[in-house]
Write a protein that binds this ligand. Structure first.
Ligand code: ATP
Length: 186
């Protein structure tokens, strides 16, 4: 069974961009874990595929039983990633990729037996990060500032040597080549 790969890094560093390229080039090799949620299924959503749907009661029991790598509440609903959902991807023969934040990384390290590998995607600088987030056009002034201050904490954590590899996403093609080296290397 292949070891899960945990990818983290500041919002805007380019994680989604790099993963999109990877999934396009290797459509059958990798998988994301199925998240759990207490929100109602939308039309067409399939339990176990789009989400693992749970009641609030069930979700809370899973929190108490330490089933989650990370969980959060957004607009009245709970969302989370269970250790089991990661293991399911690995048992299906795919390499599970987890795109999570610093708290999630700490949780995988401290509280699970997932034996993951840790990759950090860094921006060339905080100034570049700001420009990218502005360029993406998804942020308000407030959410931009929030992301930039979280970025500083993420970078400080990366400086403690918590990850197996740090890739600076300056030139996208170069960063992508380094990503593949890490993922297909050891
Ligand atoms: N090497 C690069 N050079 C310039 N721009 C880039 C590079 N990589 C990504 N970008 C751009 O930076 C922006 C942020 O990238 P992306 O959305 O992939 O970040 P992310 O780390 O996934 O963020 P989040 O955690 O918020 O999802 C996007 O607009 C993307 O096109």
């Amino acid at each position: 069974m292949s070891r899960p790969i945990v990818i983290s890094g500041p919002s805007g560093a380019g994680k989604s961009t790099l993963l999109k390229k990877l999934f396009q080039e290797y459509p059958d090799t990798f998988g994301f874990s199925v998240s759990s949620t207490t929100r109602n299924p939308r039309e067409g959503e399939v339990h176990g595929k789009d989400y693992n749907f749970a009641t609030v009661e069930e979700f809370k029991q899973m929190i108490d039983a330490n089933k989650f790598i990370e969980w959060a509440q957004f607009s009245g609903n709970y969302y989370g990633t269970t250790v089991d959902s990661v293991k399911e991807v690995s048992s299906s023969g795919k390499t599970c990729i987890l795109d999570i934040d610093m708290q999630g990384v700490k949780s995988v390290k401290d509280k699970t037996d997932l034996n993951a590998r840790y990759l950090f995607i860094a921006p060339p600088s905080i100034d570049d990060l700001r420009k990218r987030l502005e360029g993406r056009g998804t942020e308000t002034e407030e959410s931009l500032n929030k992301r930039l201050s979280a970025a500083t904490a993420e970078m400080e954590y990366a400086n403690t040597g918590a990850h197996d590899k740090i890739i600076v996403n300056d030139d996208l093609d170069k960063a992508y080549a380094e990503l593949k080296d890490f993922i297909f290397g050891n």
